[in-house]
Design a protein around this ligand. Structure first.
Ligand code: IPM
Ligand code: MN
Length: 350
C-alpha cells in the first residue's frame, strides 16, 4: 500500500519549509520501507491573484481522496487579510470536517525558552482545540454598516455533538498519551455562561461515565495564560474551544521556543487530516533560505503518527532533537544554519 499525500506549499516561505519536510519524509520512508506518492496543489495567494478564486469548488472532494494533506502556509501581502484564511484554510478545515486542531507544546532539550527556570521537564503538554465551531462558525452579521448606528454580531456556536466529539477525542488522547492522565478543560465559565456551561456539563458527564481514570481539571482561559508562564508543568492535555485554542497556542508556541518549532494537525479521525507549521507565511523571509523548517518537519512527524507510522514518527522526533542541540536559536536568520541545512541535518539524523 502506498500513501497518497496532497501537498499545498501555499504562500511565502510555505513551499520552502514544506520542501524540507518532504526531504525528511523521503529519508524516513526509505529507512522504514514506507511507500508514498505526493501530489502538489497550487492553492494560495498567487493563484488567487491569477484566477480570482481562493479554492476551486472541486478541491474538498479531490482532497478527500488522499490519506493526508501537508500544508505550508497561507497568507499573501497583496491579498486583503481574511480572504485566503477563510477561502482556503478555514474552508478546508470545515469542508473536510477536521474537527480537532492538535497542538503539542513541547520544549526540546537545548532549546531556549523565555520562561526562566523551566525546561523540557516542565514544558510538555498538548492542546486539543475544537476546530469547526465556536466563533469560527461564521454566525453573525452586520447592520447599518458604515453608519454611526452600525451593529456587528459574531456568535459563538457550540453544538452538543461538536463539543462531545472534541471532548471524547481529548479524553482518548489523554489516555493514550499515558502521562499524568489529566485533562484540563479551558474555558470562561464565569462569563460565557451558556457556551461553557454546555462544555462543562458534557466534560464531566463523559469523563465520569467513560473515562474515570482521567483526572478532570478546569481552568479559566485568562488564568491559563498565567499558568503557561508561571507553572506550565501543571498541564498534561488541555481541551478548549476554537478561539481560546487559537490564542493560547500562540503563547504555547513561544514557551516551546517560538513559531519556528510549533506544529499542528487539523484532524478528522475518520477522514483526511491536514498538517501544518502553525507560524504564518513570513513573506519578508521568502526565498532567503533563513526560515526555520523544524515546525514543518514536526508537522510531518505528526502526519506519520496519525497515519499509524509510529516508528517513523519517533525517528523524525529524535532527529529533530539531535538537530536542535546544534542550533543557537529557533528564529529565522538566527539558527546558525540555513533552511536547507536544517532539513539536510534532520534527514541525515534520521
Ligand atoms: C491558526 C491561524 C488561523 C486560525 C488563521 C490564519 C485563520 O491563526 O491556525 O492558528 O485562526 O485558526
Ligand atoms: Mn492562530
Amino acid at each position: 500500500m502506498s500513501y497518497k499525500i496532497a501537498v499545498i506549499g501555499g504562500d511565502g516561505t510555505g513551499p520552502e519549509v514544506v520542501a524540507e519536510g518532504l526531504k525528511v519524509l523521503e529519508a524516513v520512508a526509505r529507512k522504514h520501507k514506507i511507500k508514498y506518492e505526493t501530489t502538489n496543489f497550487d492553492f494560495g495567494g498567487e493563484r488567487y491573484k491569477r484566477t480570482g478564486e481562493a479554492l476551486p469548488a472541486s478541491a474538498p472532494d479531490e482532497l478527500r481522496k488522499f490519506d493526508a494533506i501537508y500544508l505550508g502556509a497561507i497568507g499573501h501581502p497583496d491579498v486583503k487579510p481574511g480572504i485566503l484564511e477563510h477561502g482556503i484554510l478555514l474552508k478546508l478545515r470545515f469542508a473536510l470536517d477536521q474537527y480537532i486542531n492538535l497542538r503539542p507544546v513541547k520544549l526540546y532539550p537545548n532549546v531556549w525558552t523565555p520562561i526562566k527556570d523551566k525546561g523540557p521537564e516542565q514544558i510538555d503538554f498538548v492542546v486539543v482545540r475544537e476546530n469547526t465551531e465556536g466563533l469560527y462558525a461564521g454566525s453573525g452579521g452586520s447592520l447599518r454598516k458604515g453608519t454611526p448606528d452600525e451593529i456587528a454580531t459574531q456568535v459563538s456556536v457550540n453544538t452538543r455533538m461538536g463539543v462531545e466529539r472534541c471532548l471524547r477525542y481529548a479524553f482518548e488522547y489523554c489516555q493514550k498519551r499515558n502521562k499524568r492522565k489529566q485533562l484540563t478543560l479551558v474555558g470562561k465559565t464565569n462569563v460565557l455562561t451558556y457556551a461553557f456551561d454546555l462544555w462543562e456539563r458534557a466534560f464531566h458527564e463523559i469523563g465520569a461515565r467513560n473515562y474515570p481514570d482521567i483526572k478532570r481539571e478546569y481552568a479559566h482561559v485568562d488564568a491559563t495564560c498565567m499558568w503557561f508562564v508561571k507553572n506550565p508543568e501543571w498541564f498534561d492535555v488541555i481541551v478548549t474551544d476554537n478561539i481560546f485554542g487559537d490564542i493560547i497556542t500562540d503563547l504555547g508556541a513561544m514557551i516551546q521556543g517560538g513559531m519556528g518549532i510549533a506544529a499542528g494537525g487539523n484532524i478528522n479521525p475518520k477522514g483526511v487530516s491536514m498538517f501544518e507549521p502553525i507560524g504564518g507565511s513570513a513573506p519578508k523571509y521568502t526565498g532567503k533560505n533563513v526560515i526555520n523548517p523544524l515546525a514543518a518537519i514536526g508537522a510531518m512527524q505528526m502526519m506519520l503518527e496519525t497515519l499509524g507510522e509510529d516508528k517513523a514518527a519517533a525517528d523524525v522526533e529524535n532527529a529533530i532533537i539531535r538537530t536542535v542541540s546544534k542550533m543557537p536559536s529557533m528564529s529565522a536568520g538566527k539558527m546558525g544554519m540555513s533552511t536547507t541545512e536544517v532539513g539536510d541535518t534532520v534527514a541525515k539524523n534520521v
